[in-house]
Design a protein around this ligand. Structure first.
Ligand code: FES
Length: 175
């Protein structure tokens, strides 16, 4: 099992910003820190070993990115408002109808964990972007909401959910 340790709260560790065709972004809320992966055995990670992520340093309203099986995984610590927005959307208005409660774990609805690969042609969407407060894919303009569900654009499906489980209230295992 590979362990991902939480980043120390230094600026240096919070250095990864989602890249894309978007220029300079001013708001700190749009930064997507990459949690430091302390285990150096990248081949183990690439081979698909489960990873553990300590959620403690992820502030409410923050989205971080980790990698599992070479895929970007976004972990969103949703605010009450973001949860309510996700729950209040009529399913009939969704291109890929799925209730928010089916996309989170019971009792942990503040945590959304999604695979950060656009379901259109596989670009990596940008977090906290777009008209729905979730993700925006700069490649062809798909927009996802705070539940990672497709709301507008050419993507045919919601952001996929990786297999994961809560080991405790503050730790998940992905894979
Ligand atoms: S790959 Fe995301 S909109 Fe086309």
């Amino acid at each position: 099992m590979t362990t991902i340790a939480a980043a120390e709260p230094t600026r240096r560790d919070f250095l990864f910003v989602a890249t894309g065709a978007v220029g300079a972004i001013g708001a700190a809320a749009t930064l997507v820190p990459l949690i430091a992966q302390m285990n150096p055995d990248a081949s183990t990670i690439a081979a698909g070993a489960p990873i553990e992520v300590d959620l403690t340093p992820i502030a409410e309203g923050q989205i971080v990115k980790v990698f599992w099986r070479g895929k970007p995984i976004y972990i969103s610590h949703r605010t009450k408002k973001e949860i309510e927005e996700a729950e209040d959307v009529p399913l009939s208005s969704l291109p890929d109808p799925q209730p928010d409660k089916d996309r989170v774990k019971p009792g942990h609805d503040q945590w959304l964990v999604v695979i950060g690969i656009c379901t259109h042609l596989g670009c990596i969407p940008l977090a906290h972007q777009g008209d729905y407060g979730g993700w925006f894919c700069p490649c062809h303009g798909s927009q996802y909401d705070t539940s990672g569900r497709i709301r507008r654009g050419p993507a045919p499906a919601n952001l996929a959910l990786p297999p994961y489980a809560f080991l405790s209230d503050s730790k998940i295992q992905i894979g």
